[in-house]
Design a protein around this ligand. Structure first.
Ligand code: 8YV
Length: 326
């Protein structure tokens, strides 16, 4: 009998076809209050689940006694309780690398758009307000030759540093758990403690994964350390920022502006203060969202599943202990 994989997110046909060659698929385009009960029923004899964003914790795993692989179609895996999965000898996988350049493009684009106020000026033109040469009230700030502080210098952070250094002549500071020799050698990135980075950067770009240590990493104290003319960019997860503190910092002029791809609650609530703030540029969590890259991520996620189902080690296994104790 074929093993059963629940796909709980919309996936390209070629990805579904690939999985189907090896396993039986139960397909939910997304999980919401209507589909969740059937999802739970299917979970009872599922061998693998594949999607992103779903909270996979002890409570959910109690309902999935046969599960062997949890394949996340994302690089971030803060939705997975890795300790609980490991205890149950369930393999957890993600999709790193293939999204590095696309996500760096998004985050650097967001930085430029925020600095040069592009979304606001797009609305200005389209609403017919452009009736004379613009004045300084609509000027932005320069990006080139400024200092960029990157918090979280992993592969995506380094790809942002590359763009900033080679394309925009920026000075790079970074803060990270460990030193990144490649970013230091190739993009002249300088390791800095968090305080110095916040005090001296013109752009602060947060790229850390969400962990108990990084939750609300940016709060009142951190925003107060930033320069009044500095811009904050978040490309990590919403919960790495204390949103109330960010709103106060923006309203009180403690920082100039913010560009945000991620939020504590996604989709954002329609009455969220960010939505009426001129100095906030918002994106709907599009870091990796191009057709090409999402296909690569989905294919890699499918390969992780198939390897696990065939008793092989998945290429992007997160909890290596599960494999080692086999
Ligand atoms: C999205 C991301 O979460 O890979 C990540 O960690 O943040 C994004 O790619 C994901 O793909 C949403 O479906």
């Amino acid at each position: 009998m074929k093993q059963k994989v629940i796909v709980y997110k919309k996936m390209p046909k070629e990805v579904l076809d690939l999985i189907q060659k090896h396993c039986e698929i139960v397909y939910f385009e997304n999980i919401d209050e209507n589909t969740y009960p059937s999802f739970l029923t299917e979970l009872k004899d599922a061998d693998a689940i594949f999607g992103s964003g779903l909270r996979v914790d002890k409570e959910l795993l109690e309902q999935a006694p046969q599960l062997k692989v949890v394949s996340n179609a994302s690089v971030g895996y803060d939705n997975l309780d890795i300790i609980e999965l490991t205890k149950r000898k369930i393999m957890a996988t993600n999709t790193p690398e293939v999204l590095n350049d696309t996500t760096a493009d998004t985050i650097f684009g967001l930085l430029l758009a925020t600095a040069r106020r592009m979304p606001e000026l797009d609305r200005y033109v389209k609403s017919g307000q452009w009736d004379r040469t613009i004045g300084e009230d609509l000027f932005g700030v320069d990006v080139h030759h400024k200092t960029l502080g990157i918090i979280g210098m992993g592969k995506i952070g380094a790809a942002i540093a590359k763009r900033a250094h080679l394309g925009f002549d920026m000075n790079i500071l970074y803060h990270n758990r460990s030193r990144n020799a490649q970013a230091e050698a190739s993009y002249h990135a300088k390791y800095s403690d968090l305080e110095e980075l916040l005090q001296t950067s013109d752009f602060v770009c947060l790229m850390t994964p969400l962990t108990p240590e990084t939750e609300k990493l940016m709060g009142e104290k951190e925003f107060k350390l930033m320069k009044k003319e500095a811009i904050f960019i978040n490309g990590s997860r919403g919960k790495t920022v204390d949103e109330a503190a960010l709103i106060r910092a923006l309203q009180n002029g403690e920082i100039l502006a913010a560009g945000l791809d991620v939020f504590v609650q996604e989709p954002i609530q329609p009455d969220h203060p960010f939505l009426t703030m001129k100095n906030v540029v918002t994106l709907p969590h599009i870091g990796s969202a191009t057709a090409e890259t999402r296909l690569k991520m989905a294919l890699l996620g499918a390969k992780n599943i198939i390897a696990g189902m065939q008793g092989n080690r998945p290429p992007c296994l997160l909890n290596k202990e599960v494999w080692e104790i086999k």
